[in-house]
Design a protein around this ligand. Sequence first.
Ligand SMILES: [Zn+2]
Length: 97
Amino acid sequence: MPKILLQNTTAQPYELDEYHQFVCSRRDECKCTIERVVGPNGKLVSKRHPKSWRLTAHGTIGPLDPEVLFVPYIARLVKTGILKRIDVADEAPVKEN
Ligand SMILES: [Zn+2]
C-alpha cells in the first residue's frame, strides 16, 4: 500500500495527534502502544498511548499511512498548504521519525 510523507512548509512545529481516534478506527488495526497498569480497583487495565508525532519546522515525517489525511486537523493543514503531501512508492526506503 502506498505511503505518504508530510512536509512542513513553515517554521512552526506541529504536533500530530488524534491518530488512534481517526486512523486506527478506520483501519480496524491499532498500532498504538498499550500498557497494562494496575487500576484503582487493583485490577489490570489497559492504558493506551496513542501514536503521535512531532513535525519540526520545515521537517518531513513519514512514511505514514494515507489514512492520516482523514484526521481533520491534518487535512486542514494539507489543504491550506502548511503541510505538503508527498506520495511514495512501497519500495521507498523507510524513514521513521
Ligand atoms: Zn490505536
